[in-house]
Design a binder for this molecule. Structure first.
Ligand code: ADP
Length: 626
């Protein structure tokens, strides 16, 4: 993941989280406030209903009193004079615009019953039995109390079958209770009034919890709908026992949701049943949805802005970093002239500045190194051509020296002293010729003109020949050469002369750097390590002074000596006898010309404990000479 995403992603997730939480919280707040408002409105509607009913009650009582106190009515009731009563009550009731009027005698017998016709006039109806009325009127008359307060009931008129809200007062004659007047207003007219003043739909329940009237318009005639509104006795009891309105369920009517609240319908000291007020919920729901949508849109917009700003900021932060990365990649690829060029006062600026300075220095060092390397290359070339020239130049005088020394030796056959002198010259010649030959070998390796004549080499035989060549040295220095597993080695395709030369140098070194009485072990094995070609591994191991780790690579360079060489002028197989430092360079050149590898392993240089050295040579068994 790129750093840009690492910066932006947490920021993005955080913004998303804040936005979602924000929308949730704000929408909830709005919805909560709205539901609170709705509850308040329901309470208010409930209060308005109670007030309206109280007002209606007052107008009922006033009208009933006018009827009851109309002169002559009490006497007519007491006398049971229906005609006189009719003549008195009818005009009074008409004038009062009464909807429903009953007059009972002292025994609770119905004397008169008027119901208002649709044209406004009153129609008289004959008595119809009604259990509700009987009980209610008997109760009223039983009180026999002139001061007894008005009584109320909501019940069905036995004649027209409509629900009425009735108020009853006693008719008094000489402070005696001689009858009762009942004045009723139909629920059909009360409910719309209540609806228009409370601004809520109304439902009225009787004491069984059944709906006896509702303002839910057309649906009020639908018996299934109405019975669906009935409430259980538990709810009824709960509402009855609570002073305040009780929040009810939500109700779906004609595709609109309403919230209900119920309360006891109380008029003065009478409990007439239970009413419910219903306010449309869609206002809350709609406003909730609208506010949620609005806030979602607002927060989305804000989030987009925040993301864009974040992206822009991250770009500003990351651009210099990207440029620094590009620069570092270019420098890694070798373009040391590249610089970041970032000049800012922040941490990235400091980093870029240090980076540029570092590159400046690196460029400086590299230039210096390149210069020195070039010089070294030139020097190496000079050295190589010096070796080549001097080796060639030395060969002619050396041949002369050899010739004259041999002639001198022949002539001095009688003179022992002269003979030994001339032998000395010849020995010197041998050493010098060997050095010159080494120099020639090195220059051939350097100029890659070493000629390889492939033949078959048996390593066992090759080492045996060398063992023979160094016989005198082994004897003089009391060094034992042991071979291990060489005889079993397969034939090697190589230049026998060159390979012998390479192992000559390894063995002569082992002799030189091993104290008297030591051992040289030459071992060999076949390495069939797939997928690499099968190789022979020859190890020349000695019990000599060993080689320090820091010299182990360098000793294969020409003229490199470790500095521990003491006796440069001594014999070539003497302990720590010197040499020009060409032996390992030649051995390496020959082995590599055969596509082989050579290296040394040694625990270090220690002349006292003699940890020894192991020279490893690996040569492929088969290869094609170029
Ligand atoms: P030289 O002519 O000095 O022997 P070489 O190239 O053969 O040159 O060896 C280089 C140096 O490597 C020697 O001077 C010697 O210090 C070290 N060296 C080579 N072989 C051995 C060995 N078997 N044990 C310890 N040191 C060795």
């Amino acid at each position: 993941m790129s750093i840009r995403f690492k910066v932006i992603l947490p920021y993005l997730l955080l913004t998303l989280l804040v936005a979602v939480t924000g929308v949730y919280v704000v929408t909830n707040l709005v919805t909560n406030t709205l539901s609170e408002r709705l509850t308040n409105q329901l309470l208010e509607a409930g209060r308005v209903v109670s007030d309206d009913m109280a007002r209606l009650e007052i107008s009922h009582v006033d009208a009933a009193r006018i009827v009851a106190y109309t002169r002559g009515i009490a006497e007519a009731v007491a006398a049971g004079d229906k005609d006189a009563l009719r003549a008195l009550a009818m005009p009074t009731a008409s004038g009062l615009n009464v909807s429903n009027l009953f007059i009972f005698d002292a025994q609770g017998q119905e004397i008169l019953h008027y119901i208002q016709r649709p044209d406004g006039g009153l129609a008289e109806f004959a008595s119809q039995p009604s259990v509700d009325f009987d009980a209610f009127v008997q109760d009223l008359l039983a009180k026999q109390d002139a001061e007894s307060p008005p009584q109320r009931i909501i019940t069905v008129d036995p004649v027209d079958g409509r629900y009425y809200y009735y108020t009853a007062i006693p008719i008094l004659l000489n402070t005696r209770n001689i009858g009762a007047v009942l004045l009723g207003t139909p629920l059909d007219t009360i409910l719309p009034d209540l609806k228009s003043t409370s601004l809520a739909n109304i439902i009225l329940y009787n004491d069984a919890g059944d709906v006896i009237g509702t303002t839910f318009g057309a649906r009020s005639a639908d018996p299934f709908f109405i019975s669906g509104l009935n409430i259980s006795p538990e709810i009824y009891r709960k509402v009855q026992q609570t002073e305040e309105l009780v929040n009810g369920e939500n109700l779906l009517v004609d595709g609109r949701w309403y919230r209900l609240a119920r309360g006891t319908l109380r008029v003065a000291d009478s409990e007439l049943g239970i009413f419910a007020v219903a306010l449309p919920l869609e206002f809350v729901l709609e406003t909730g949805t609208i506010s949620r949508n609005t806030y979602v849109a607002l927060f989305t917009l804000a989030m987009l802005v925040v993301i864009l700003v974040g992206y822009a900021i991250s770009r500003i932060i990351i651009r210099p970093l990207s440029s620094l990365v590009d620069t570092s990649q270019a420098i890694t690829a070798g373009d040391l002239t590249r610089r970041s060029g970032i000049r800012s006062a922040d941490e990235i600026g400091t980093l870029a500045n240090s980076f540029d300075k570092m590159t400046d220095r690196l460029q400086g060092y590299t230039a210096e190194l390149e210069k020195k390397n070039k010089m070294l290359g030139q020097m190496d070339e000079t050295k190589a051509s010096f070796i080549q020239v001097s080796a060639h130049e030395l060969r002619t005088p050396l041949t002369l020296i050899k010739g004259y020394a041999q002639m001198l030796q022949q002539k001095a056959s009688e003179d022992l002293e002269l003979e030994s002198l001339s032998q000395g010259i010849l020995d010197g010649y041998e050493r010098m010729a060997a050095i010159v030959n080494n120099m020639l070998d090195v220059s051939k390796i350097d100029s890659q003109t070493l000629k390889i004549s492939l033949g078959s080499v048996q390593m066992g035989l090759l080492v045996m020949q060398l063992q023979k060549d160094f016989q005198t040295a082994f004897k003089e220095r009391n060094i034992t050469l042991i071979t291990k597993g060489l005889e079993r080695l397969p034939l090697l395709k190589a230049d026998p002369g060159l390979l012998k030369k390479a192992f000559y140098h390894l063995i002569i070194n082992a002799i030189k750097y091993t104290p008297d009485g030591g051992e040289i072990i030459v071992s060999g094995r076949v390495l069939a390590n797939n997928p690499h070609p099968t190789e022979l591994e020859i190890i020349v191991e000695d019990t000599g002074i060993g080689i320090a780790a820091e010299h182990q690579d360098l000793i294969f360079e020409k003229f490199y000596q470790t500095g521990e060489v003491l006796l440069h002028s001594s014999g070539k197989t003497n302990y720590k006898g010197g040499g020009p430092g060409l032996g390992l360079a030649i051995a390496k050149g020959i082995i590599e010309a055969h596509h082989g590898t050579i290296w040394v392993e040694s625990p270090g240089c220690d002349e006292e404990n003699c940890p020894g050295s192991k020279f490893y040579v690996r040569l492929p068994l088969e290869w094609q000479a170029p």
